[in-house]
Design a protein around this ligand. Structure first.
Ligand code: R5P
Length: 282
């Protein structure tokens, strides 16, 4: 709704329900012919079902004669399974992007997609796909709220460097990268090589909080290394059960996320950054 407000766009609603056998029903409740359509769909917290909802909406809009379909994904699930780690595994990120494309999506907009072994969205999509970052907005918000002095920006691992560098750039400071070793779905070990944290406020930056293991490990090391305040800045606050407590127990003083998925720490709206990205093509 707030993205539509920022763009001065009309909102068309839809009804959805389940048949007794679990099948989904979708019906658009307004006229759409000849318009540019924008679907904003976060794939959380039931990614399979929300993806089917997106597929139904996009295909129906296409059938009803819209001009273009802009698929906006504040949180695009399935990006972390970006290769076949074990024989026979589905490479989820590639499959999801092809489903989005096959649904007549003209352009995709994804907020801080998890790009790791696939370095750019061009490796996943053949349509135009925009990597839209909420990191500058998170950095501005954190600066206004906490007023850091001499802050240090830390990425918990190499892949988070892409997000930490955006925060660092916004604040006009450098960032350092810790080393992470993943031991399983819910267990990670992190080493911080740089001892530059002593006596400084630290902004710990990542794209996702899931179990909280990544941030908790590096936060504990930062506190041991003498960091003052540690604030976690994260785009997608998924917060698996116990994640918040785990991170706080490890010494993180505050957590700020966006509202890309609903969570109690989502103080930064992604509506403005989505609106700015859409304005450039609509
Ligand atoms: C993965 O590599 C991501 O960038 C995040 O670091 C990760 O998803 C966070 O997961 P968790 O909170 O379970 O450590």
């Amino acid at each position: 709704m707030s993205t539509a407000k920022e763009l001065g766009a009309t909102v068309v609603g839809f009804e959805t329900r389940r048949f007794p056998d679990g099948e989904r029903y979708v019906r658009l409740t307004g006229a759409v012919k000849d318009d540019d359509a924008v679907i904003i769909q976060s794939l959380y917290k039931d990614p399979d079902s929300l993806l089917v909802e997106y597929v139904f909406l996009a295909n129906t809009l296409f059938d009803l004669g819209v001009r273009r379909i802009m698929g906006v994904f504040p949180y695009l699930a399935y990006m972390r399974q970006d290769q076949r780690f074990k024989d026979g595994e589905a490479v989820s990120s590639k499959i999801i992007s092809s489903v989005i494309e096959a649904s007549h999506t003209s352009e995709a907009f994804i907020i801080d997609p998890h790009l790791h072994r696939t370095h750019s969205l061009d490796g996943l999509f053949s349509i135009r796909a925009h990597n839209v970052s909420a990191m500058p907005d998170l950095a501005r918000y954190a600066k206004g709220r906490f007023g850091f002095s001499d802050p240090l920006v830390v990425a918990p691992d190499e892949e988070a460097s892409q997000w930490a560098s955006k925060v660092a750039e916004q604040l006009g400071v450098d960032h350092v990268v810790a080393k992470k070793v993943r031991l399983g779905d819910t267990s990670v070990e992190v080493e911080l090589e740089d001892a530059a944290a002593r006596g400084r406020d630290v902004l710990l930056v990542d794209d996702i909080i899931s179990t909280g293991g990544t941030l908790a490990n590096v936060a504990a090391d930062l506190k041991k290394a003498g960091a003052k305040k540690v604030v976690a800045l994260v785009t997608h606050g998924l917060f698996a059960p116990g994640a918040y407590e785990r991170i706080r127990k490890a010494g993180v003083d505050d957590i700020v996320t966006t509202d890309s998925v609903p969570n109690p720490h989502g103080g930064v709206s992604v509506a403005p950054v989505i609106a700015r990205a859409l304005e450039s093509v609509l």
